[in-house]
Ligand binder design. Sequence first.
Ligand code: IMP
Ligand code: MG
Length: 175
Amino acid sequence: MNYVLDKILIKEADIRRRVDELGAQVSADYCGKQPVAVCILRGAIPFYADLIRRISLPVTVDTITVSSYGSGTTSGALKVITDMRTDVKGKDVLVVDDIIDSGRTSVALINMLKERGAASVKTCALLDKPSRRVVEIKGDYVGFSIPDEFVVGYGLDWDEKFRNLPHIYTLKEDK
Ligand code: IMP
Ligand code: MG
């Protein structure tokens, strides 16, 4: 099956406004702290790049590539493909993700960072599909809650395509 772009779900200008708000909120909440902002590669790249520039704190940056597996279970096994370089022990970690869908990736990653001794772990996701949740998690910072539709653009892909688009789109079957 091939998919093509259908409609714009969230416009670039609306994303920008919301990212400004999230950055302000994070800056206020972490006032006096030096959080480590972790970009979940690759889907969070544009969101992360925009968000960290709206955080008015001495934030440090790092990246991690993970994939969650064990879809038949809720155990949340996590495969680290490329690890971060920061030792998170005693640090306040902000995990920046593109979307919380089943919640498996976020929950497993939060658990891993806590096991590594992070002082605190919070998540900031651009998008949230609460109706798809398999494991319980509520993002600490969420850009937009969206219905159960597959979306692409602004970092999100279908088959590695569409990540470079400035807006967020829904897809339709290519007939
Ligand atoms: P989760 O572990 O099920 O929450 O999966 C999260 C990952 O699935 C995200 O980081 C995305 O890479 C991918 N994903 C989930 N929903 C979508 C979508 O609508 N479009 C593109 N990628 C998605
Ligand atoms: Mg993907």
